[in-house]
Structure formats: structure tokens, C-alpha cells
Design a protein around this ligand. Structure first.
Ligand SMILES: NC(=O)c1ccc[n+]([C@@H]2O[C@H](COP(=O)([O-])OP(=O)(O)OC[C@H]3O[C@@H](n4cnc5c(N)ncnc54)[C@H](O)[C@@H]3O)[C@@H](O)[C@H]2O)c1
Length: 255
């Protein structure tokens, strides 16, 4: 059997216990990746590791990690790198979604959303950079179409994802000369724990509801639809792709 795209590659994925992170972990495992899965839901991450080992025979380890705590982020990266002495790809995917009428949103909520969705990525990337420079590795972040187009009732979320996009482009510029690629993916509506069970809020304006995708037969994307985009950007197939923001939304946000 020929080499797979992630044979001999060590990949760290945050937020890998469920949803897009879980699907990405399993997709990369199917292509030979050695996985390190970091999540506040340690039990969930351990289950994904067990599935990756059983189905694909790869090495997979789970690490407890709280994106709301910067010391946890730095400790997690150190433990991850010490497992194999190297890091080839870092996938920053952990995130939370909070919504309310803007007038009701509090400073505490903004700080929480920014801390988990954006500031944690600063701490993780800074800690991981020496290993990524050594491996001429890459970083792929989960942004959102909300970070490009905004989204009603979730200004903090949208702004945090816009921050991810700006950080990705800035670091692609700064670290390109050192051989490290930075890209981000903007999923549209995807069926995961974040997005299910979101009933309309009181006094929600139906005129500004999020539009569905335009592809036939697709009410929303699946985690696997997004995982295949991660597999491309994290692989050497994307060796000339850096500073790119890849929208994966079934044409939800165009037209
Ligand atoms: N589902 C969508 O429609 C959609 C659209 C665009 C972007 N996204 C983004 O995709 C990413 C993954 O979300 P998902 O849709 O798979 O939802 P999800 O809730 O299934 O996954 C989020 C993961 O992040 C982890 N997590 C949350 N807070 C954490 C913390 N403080 N510390 C460590 N881990 C934490 C969760 O345990 C979970 O494993 C998020 O960044 C989200 O913003 C999702």
C-alpha cells in the first residue's frame, strides 16, 4: 500500500471531542496521522482516540485542556509536543457560540467568547511556533462565515472569528519566510452540538435569519464536509497555500 498523506505526521487538534474536530481527527487518522486531541471534554476526546486507534491503527492521545485558561493552553502544547518530540500540524478548532440580542449581551460574555475562540489561539500558536518552525509545519484554524459576513445576535462570536481570520493572514505573512503555513476555514451552517437545538429567540426578527446553503439536498453541512477541507489544508497537497481563508458553506453566503 502507498504512503498516506499524514503518515509520519503529528497533528494536534483542539475541540476534537465532538462535531467538526472529531470528524477531522478521524479523517486525518484514516490518512495515517498520529493524533493528539485536546479538549475540556477529556472523556469525549479519549473516545475519539479509541475510535481512531481501532479503525485506523494510528497512535492517538487525549489531553485535558481548557481554552478559557491561558496556562492550560501553554501546558497542553508542551505536553503535546513532548509526546513525539515534534509537531507538524496544529488545528485550532475549539470554540463556543453564544447568542442574545445585542442590548442584553454582557462584558463577561464577550470576554468568555473572545477568550475561548480567539485569545486561546494566540497562546497555543505562540507556544507551538518553535516546533512548527522546526518541522516547517502548518496551522489551520476554524473561523466561520460569521467572521466574514457577521451574524445577527452573535456579534461577539462573529468578531472573535474575524479576529481568527486577521490573525491567520498576519501570521502567514510573518512566518511564511520561516516555512510555516497558516490558513483558516470558514464553515457555514454545520450540524453539530453547537448548532442543534437552537430554537428562535424571543423577539427574533425572521427577516435576518441565517440563510440555508444553496446546494441541492443540503439543509446544512456535515462535520465530514468540513473535515475534508482540513485534510487538504493541513496536508502537503496545500504546500503553496498560505494566508487563505477557505469558505465551506455550500454557497450559503454568496448571491
Ligand atoms: N457548527 C457550525 O455551524 C459552525 C459553523 C462555523 C464555525 N463553527 C466552529 O467550528 C468549531 C467546532 O464547533 P462544532 O460545530 O464542531 O461544535 P461542537 O460543540 O461539537 O465542538 C466544539 C468542541 O470544542 C470543545 N470546547 C468548547 N469549549 C472549550 C474549552 N473551553 N476548552 C476546550 N475545549 C472546548 C468542545 O468540548 C467540543 O469538543 C468551533 O470553533 C465553531 O465556532 C461551527
Amino acid at each position: 500500500m502507498g504512503l498516506k498523506r499524514f503518515d509520519n505526521k503529528v497533528v494536534l487538534i483542539t475541540g476534537a471531542a465532538t462535531g467538526i474536530g472529531r470528524a477531522t481527527a478521524l479523517r486525518l487518522a484514516s490518512e495515517g496521522a498520529t493524533l493528539i486531541l485536546a479538549d475540556r471534554n477529556l472523556e469525549g476526546a479519549e473516545k475519539v482516540c479509541a475510535a481512531a486507534v481501532e479503525q485506523f491503527g494510528v497512535r492517538a492521545d487525549a489531553i485535558a485542556y481548557d481554552a478559557a485558561d491561558k496556562e492550560s493552553a501553554r501546558r497542553m502544547v508542551d505536553s503535546a509536543i513532548s509526546l513525539h518530540g515534534r509537531l507538524d500540524s496544529l488545528i485550532n478548532n475549539a470554540g463556543i457560540y453564544r447568542r442574545d440580542h445585542f442590548a442584553n449581551q454582557t462584558g463577561e460574555e464577550w470576554a468568555l467568547v473572545f477568550g475561548i475562540n480567539l485569545e486561546s489561539v494566540f497562546h497555543i500558536v505562540q507556544q507551538a511556533l518553535p516546533a512548527l518552525v522546526a518541522s516547517r509545519g502548518n496551522v489551520v484554524c476554524t473561523a466561520s462565515t460569521a467572521g466574514l459576513d457577521g451574524i445577527a445576535y452573535a456579534a461577539a462570536y462573529a468578531a472573535s472569528k474575524a479576529g481568527i481570520i486577521a490573525m491567520t493572514k498576519s501570521l502567514a505573512t510573518e512566518y511564511g519566510p520561516k516555512g510555516v503555513r497558516f490558513n483558516a476555514i470558514c464553515p457555514g451552517r454545520v450540524t453539530t452540538e453547537i448548532s442543534t437545538g437552537l430554537a428562535p429567540m424571543e423577539n427574533q426578527d425572521p427577516a435576518i435569519m441565517v440563510k440555508p446553503p444553496k446546494l441541492a439536498g443540503k439543509e446544512s453541512g456535515s462535520p465530514e464536509d468540513i473535515a475534508s477541507a482540513f485534510a487538504y489544508l493541513a496536508s502537503d497537497d496545500a504546500c503553496f497555500v498560505s494566508g487563505s481563508i477557505l469558505v465551506v458553506d455550500g454557497a450559503q453566503t454568496v448571491g
